[in-house]
Design a protein around this ligand. Structure first.
Ligand code: SF4
Length: 566
């Protein structure tokens, strides 16, 4: 099958051994790549602790990586989450995946624990484990100054070294495998960084077919207001959502006690673009370029980050929000969990924090400073439980909720609850239907039809993460166009239904793996607050509490459609 490099790497850090193996073609047929392959590869070891010798950390590209398919520069990192205990994958951009594939490899499986800090270096066909005393104790910008150059790299900062439970892995200096703490898995293995460089080419079965598929996708992207429109993603990045979510009265504010923050416009995509003179940037192979970099090199935060360091923590100081994002990138910390954990701390201690205090706490967390840093480095649920208030952790399965209040979009409520990796907006991304009205608009305040919608969207996103493409492109294009692209690359004959079946199998495997670790239906639930307290109603928009009976009925409906009995 073309579209794959054909070889993969296994590294045992305990034995300091590297082996090269043939990429398993039958698994590629069944699971495509990225998230699907990664989840399958760790499935026989999923009950091990995240920091055990045998728990694998997988870096997986997909069949489209390194080809001319739009958004073909993404890849996945997979392991068991130190934060949630669930199986966990992160989709990440940058150019690491492209370089890895050009170096001749599809996947890297890392097991074992090194006795000292090491760097894994991949230079075309050569793979070596190297001591890295010069990298140890360094944050991301220092690592960057050492490793920057030709090729790409993935690294942890101090938070990963100290096994903060929501440490991220940072690629090429600022693309993050952010959620779930996979940086702590890397830190537990004493693997500080991976550097990769490749010069090869990715074989494609039908170059003309790929060209046509690309043209179709590009036509749809250019016609899409959400992507290339005046107020779209390409122009303002994901922060284009700030105004929209504000107007819908569904921005989580003060640890989800309210759903409207009057100063939100200060960190809107438009304001940040003007203030920082932001330019477009993005992942390899992407025509959209939704990332934004300021004139002085500031990394402009994503929507979830500005909203959670802003509204969720009651902070209207744009420079403090951008600084909070910088610190998270620097130490390698997930911004959503960090901001939520601080908001939870603030509510439990019954006081609002100043921007300076918020930033100091982030540094405490990144260094796991004794006392408060150490406690908050465990995430909001462990902290709130320690303080006798688990109900104030606004999380599902221990993963903190992002910046879409579920009281303002009931599909999102159901998607948070059923998500296999916990409180995540990207497993189904119903915001596309409920707020952006793409590809089909639905009533955001109704559970009607949501169970089936969420099931299909979960399967679809499992496919997207396994190809490995970018979800944002699916505001415009669909699996129909991507099926043509993958067939042209691999020479196979997938159609929409066969791809969705693969997505369903991946989803069911993830759920099964979570069951092996003790997860049951009781974990498919939302924090109590959403059923007891309403949000901030105004401008003729009422945000009542979610009707629990209706939520439970929709959840039962979802189980029935999925065929889950227990
Ligand atoms: S749309 Fe944004 S996140 Fe997606 S591939 Fe392009 S630059 Fe990366």
């Amino acid at each position: 099958m073309t579209g794959y490099a054909g070889k993969s790497i296994k590294v045992d850090l305990t034995k300091k051994e590297v082996s090269i193996f043939d990429t398993p073609v039958e698994l590629c047929n069944e699971y495509l790549g990225g998230r699907g392959i990664g989840v399958r590869m760790i499935s026989d070891r999923i009950t091990y602790d995240y920091n055990s010798h045998d728990m694998p950390l997988i870096f997986a590209t997909g069949p489209l990586v390194g080809t001319s398919a739009p958004t073909s520069g993404r890849m996945s990192v997979i392991s068991r989450s130190p934060l949630t205990g669930t199986v966990f994958d992160c989709s990440v951009g940058g150019k690491f995946g492209t370089e890895l594939k050009k170096a001749g490899f599809d996947f890297i499986e890392i097991v074992g624990i090194s006795d000292k800090w090491v760097l894994l270096e991949i230079d075309n066909g050569n793979v070596a484990i190297k001591d890295s005393p010069n990298l140890y104790g360094k944050n991301i910008s220092d690592v960057r100054s050492i490793l920057d150059g030709r090729g790409s790299y993935a690294s942890i900062g101090m938070a990963g070294e100290k096994q903060v439970r929501y440490a991220s892995i940072v690629f090429d200096g600022h693309y993050c495998a952010g959620r779930g703490g996979l940086g702590a898995v890397m830190g537990a293995k004493k693997l500080k960084a991976i550097k990769v460089k490749g010069d090869g080419k990715i074989p494609v079965a039908d170059p003309d077919g790929l060209k046509l598929a690309r043209q179709e996708i590009m036509r749809l992207l250019r016609a899409s207001q959400a992507v290339f429109g005046e107020f779209g993603l390409s122009e303002f990045g994901t922060a284009a959502l700030v105004d929209l979510i504000h107007a819908r009265r569904m921005e989580p504010t003060h640890n989800f006690r309210e759903t409207m923050f009057s100063d939100a416009s200060k960190y809107s995509g438009y304001n940040m673009k003007i203030y920082y003179k932001a330019k477009k940037a993005g992942c390899a192979g992407c025509p959209v370029l939704c990332k934004k970099i300021g004139a002085n090199g500031e990394v402009i935060p994503e929507f979830e980050t500005v909203s959670h360091f802003g509204a969720l923590n009651g902070c209207n100081d744009l420079s403090a929000i951008v600084e909070a994002n910088r610190i998270c990138n620097e130490y390698g910390i997930d911004t959503i969990t960090a901001a939520s954990t601080i908001a939870c701390y603030s509510e439990i201690n019954e006081r609002f924090l100043s921007p300076d205090e918020m930033i100091r706490l982030l540094v405490n967390i990144g260094m796991r400073d004794e006392g408060i840093g150490d406690m908050l480095a465990e995430g909001s649920l462990r902290y709130a439980t320690l303080k006798g208030h688990p109900e104030l952790s606004m999380s599902v399965k221990g993963l903190e909720l992002p910046a879409y209040d579920p009281r303002g979009a009931y599909g999102m409520a159901l998607a948070y609850a059923t998500s296999n990796r916990g409180g995540c907006h990207l497993r189904a991304y119903p915001i596309s239907h409920e707020i952006l009205r793409k590809p089909v608009s639905t009533d955001r305040f109704s559970f009607e039809g949501k169970a089936r919608m969420i099931k299909i969207a979960e399967d679809l996103n499992a496919v997207i993460d396994s190809l490995t493409a970018c979800k944002f492109v699916f505001f415009a294009a669909s699996l129909e166009e991507y099926a043509k692209a993958i067939n042209a690359v691999t020479g196979e004959n997938y159609d929409v239904q066969s791809l969705l079946k693969i997505g369903e199998n991946i989803w069911n495997l993830e759920r099964h793996l979570n069951e092996l670790n003790g997860f049951t239906k009781s974990h498919d639930d939302l924090p109590e607050r959403f059923f007891r307290e309403g949000g901030t109603s105004s401008r003729n928009i009422r945000i009542p509490p979610i009707d629990r009976e209706k939520f439970l009925k929709a959840r039962e409906n979802y189980y029935r459609i999925r065929g889950y009995s227990k």
